[in-house]
Design a protein around this ligand. Structure first.
Ligand SMILES: NC(=O)c1ccc[n+]([C@@H]2O[C@H](COP(=O)([O-])OP(=O)(O)OC[C@H]3O[C@@H](n4cnc5c(N)ncnc54)[C@H](OP(=O)(O)O)[C@@H]3O)[C@@H](O)[C@H]2O)c1
Length: 323
């Protein structure tokens, strides 16, 4: 089959590889669309290696048509339209995946939209609910609010009647986040002390923090957390090492600081996460109450352009590759 491979200068090039074997409880998907993730841009440079035993082809999520069933797989039929969370292997004509990690694609969504749901919404769902235990009417701060995961987090948090505060790097991004349901938008390029700005806007602090930035925001994050706050670290785009940490603040505020990467979790964990998400939120894609935010779509041959677009921080929501 055709797949996108990485050459020794980190360029993405088309190549031929064997089709994946289908395990007993797996399905094979004929890939129609692929979601691009920041992890792909790191993996191609050798900065985010795939977990042991996983294909070294890039690609953490696809939408497509079921074209083969493992001997013990029961959930889908040949021809079903699905979207799936992968640990790798998505930048290809075919991918095999544990059937529990695939979800039926709502009828109203075309493949290009379906490929933009799994990573963004499952990551946001995991952070807000199983990890942060978000409660009604709490205050949530989402950094990189216009990112793929950020736009999903805004939509999910809004369902809990929360006040959502976002940071982002342009007016266009902030306006988009406000249209999605954020109440306060802060441009960190003009207002680097977002913690002071949040207080100026009438909030004592935030209960839940979805943090993709890490070190460069650490002190300000610590300052703005409310007592009993839950701070979920999902990425370290602003660096991984901080100055001295005053542990007293964690103690006095009774903070919970948690980190997580979805990709490295077991299939059991992911399948439970998907079951919870499917029960609470998947039907809302069918009714249009939740929407994958798609920034742009590129043909697979233009995968390099798609990566450049993400690496230059220009996207609002997801970038999709069409096969
Ligand atoms: N832990 C997990 O399980 C998990 C799962 C999925 C994704 N992630 C991570 O979550 C992050 C968001 O993913 P995504 O695919 O949604 O990203 P994305 O759509 O590519 O958006 C990332 C945005 O972050 C902002 N940004 C970049 N560098 C920054 C910095 N140093 N300080 C502040 N903001 C910065 C930029 O927007 P502005 O213009 O606003 O600066 C950029 O457009 C990525 O780092 C990704 O690797 C983690």
């Amino acid at each position: 089959m055709q797949a996108i491979l990485v050459d020794d200068k980190y360029k993405l090039i088309p190549g031929n590889v064997d089709e994946p074997d289908v395990g007993a409880t797996e399905i094979k998907i004929r890939v129609k669309a692929i979601g691009v993730n920041r992890a792909d841009t790191l993996q191609k440079k050798g900065l985010y290696p795939p977990p042991t035993g996983v294909s070294d082809i890039l690609g953490l999520e696809v939408a497509g048509e079921v074209c083969e069933l493992g001997i013990n797989s029961k959930r889908f039929q040949i021809g079903d339209r699905v979207f799936a969370l992968l640990a790798g292997g998505g930048y290809a004509e075919y991918v095999a995946v544990d059937e529990r990690l695939a979800m039926p694609l709502p009828e109203n969504l075309e493949y290009g939209k379906g490929a933009g749901i799994a990573e963004a919404f499952l990551t946001a769902y995991q952070a807000l609910f199983p990890l942060a235990d978000l409660k009604k009417e709490e205050t949530v701060l989402v950094h990189a609010g216009a990112s793929g995961v950020g736009t999903a987090a805004i939509q999910l948090a809004k369902r809990m009647e929360t006040d959502i505060i976002v940071t982002a790097g342009s007016k266009e991004k902030l306006d988009f986040c406000m249209d999605l349901g954020a109440k306060v938008g802060i441009n960190y390029k003009f207002t680097p002390h977002f913690d002071e700005e949040i207080r100026t806007r009438g909030y004592d602090g935030v209960d839940v923090l979805i943090d993709f930035v890490g070190a460069s925001y650490f002190d300000k994050n610590m300052s703005i957390m409310n007592p009993d706050g839950r701070w979920i670290i999902l990425a370290l785009m602003g660096g991984r090492k901080t100055n001295e940490i005053n542990l007293g603040k964690i103690l006095i505020k009774r903070l919970k600081i948690m980190g997580s990467t979805l990709r490295a979790r077991s299939n059991e964990y992911k399948s439970e996460l998907i079951a919870g998400f499917s029960e609470s939120f998947l039907p809302l894609f069918g009714t249009g109450e939740l929407k994958p935010v798609i920034d742009s779509t590129y043909p697979l041959e233009e995968v390099e352009k798609a990566h450049e677009h993400m690496e230059s921080n220009r996207n609002i929501g997801k970038i999709i590759l069409k096969v």
